[in-house]
Design a protein around this ligand. Structure first.
Ligand SMILES: [Zn+2]
Length: 97
């Protein structure tokens, strides 16, 4: 089962196509144990179906070669992957072994 994060339009505005990760109360990126768990969380949080459609549940795309945490596709176009534990973006070649 791969971990998952939720990406949503910045400030709920879809026009500019910018996305941000869903954060917890302390400002850390919310990481779920599975895409299903992410969906349950959003539903339980009372997110309207209309808003839900604008959100993207992103599955982990690998494991960080530095710390072993789940890697996610970066929302920064210049980078391929992002590790929330290292708090770093990586280029593809940096994570290829
Ligand atoms: Zn890492």
């Amino acid at each position: 089962m791969s971990k998952a994060v939720v990406a949503r339009p910045v400030n709920g505005i879809t026009l500019n196509g910018e996305l941000e990760y869903l954060l917890d109360d302390s400002g850390a990126v919310l990481i779920f144990d599975s895409p299903e768990q992410a969906m349950s969380f959003l539903t339980a949080a009372g997110v309207e179906p209309e808003d839900l459609r604008q959100m993207t549940i992103m599955e982990s795309c690998g494991t960080c070669c530095k710390c072993g945490s789940s890697l996610f596709k970066s929302l920064t176009a210049d980078y391929a992957f992002q590790c929330f534990t290292c708090d770093e973006d990586f280029y593809q070649f940096e994570q290829d072994t």
